[in-house]
Design a protein. Sequence first.
Length: 113
Amino acid sequence: VQLQASGGGLVQTGGSLRLSCAASGIIVSANTMSWYRQATGEQRELVASMTSAGYTKYDDAVKGRFAISRDNAKNTVYLQMNNLKPEDTAVYYCRYAMLGNYWGQGTQVTVSS
């Protein structure tokens, strides 16, 4: 299993970014996929997840601003992040943990005030 995350960058407060997680070795539509983030000096935390049935779950801090989705044809999971805030600054990771525990390499998101 390999997860390739991309799409991070530097954005101003209120801006948007879309993160991508391209998977190989698994079928994203058949599994629960998740996005986590880890800010400097903090523990890694769950941001959003999507089950195979399409049910989604979000951390309270991002509800209404972030949206997890997937493209079955591209076998890719996305995290659309809108109205970004400085407190969203972190390294973002995608994760597959149904059979084993696999993480993408992380992509840095920096939101300037």
